[in-house]
Design a protein around this ligand. Structure first.
Ligand code: DQA
Length: 163
């Protein structure tokens, strides 16, 4: 199925467990700004920088894994996903991403390569088109650009249906 010419790509920005605490939790890793500020940063910057790409952003955060999995299952064209700690623990999330064949970029605010051993493993990354971390809010913005470029490049290819 091809993307209709004027229809924007429906993109989900999904933040998982504990990302509701942005601005209050470990500021040395996650900065001083809140989740709402992240949302408004992405809305503004994506209009400025990605205005050539037809995208429509939706935002979702949950600490409830079941709700998170359900949200991912809606018919998105693509997603930016920061699973928080589920990155390193959740086979359920990884299995859902594999089954959905959702086109997504995994992002992290912090530079996880410089952090604890248990953060070095992502169960989800293998299903992502790529991973961006360590750039704070700009991990999401860079992820969005990469995702939009990928969607444009592959728009004439048949869409993967869930496994
Ligand atoms: C995080 C990194 C994870 O290891 C951590 O559990 C988080 C946030 C990040 O954005 O840097 O909750 O995903």
């Amino acid at each position: 199925m091809n993307q209709a010419p004027d229809k924007p790509y429906e993109i989900l920005i999904a933040n998982g467990v504990n990302l509701d605490l942005l601005g209050r939790r470990e500021k040395q890793y996650y900065g001083t700004q809140s989740l709402l500020e992240l949302q408004s940063y992405l809305e503004t910057k994506s209009k400025d920088l990605l205005n050539k790409f037809p995208i429509s952003l939706s935002f979702f955060q949950s600490n409830d894994e079941s709700q998170f999995l359900s949200e991912l299952s809606k018919p998105w064209d693509g997603a930016i996903i920061n699973p928080g700690a589920w990155t390193h623990t959740s086979l359920a999330l990884a299995d859902r991403l594999a089954a959905l064949r959702l086109c997504f970029v995994e992002v992290h605010l912090s530079k996880i390569a410089e952090r604890e051993e248990f953060r070095q493993r992502s169960y989800c990354a293998v299903h992502a088109i790529g991973t961006i971390c360590g750039l704070g809010f700009d991990s999401y913005l860079a992820g969005l650009l990469a995702l939009a470029l990928h969607l444009e490049k592959t728009k004439s290819e048949p869409k993967a249906s869930p496994n």
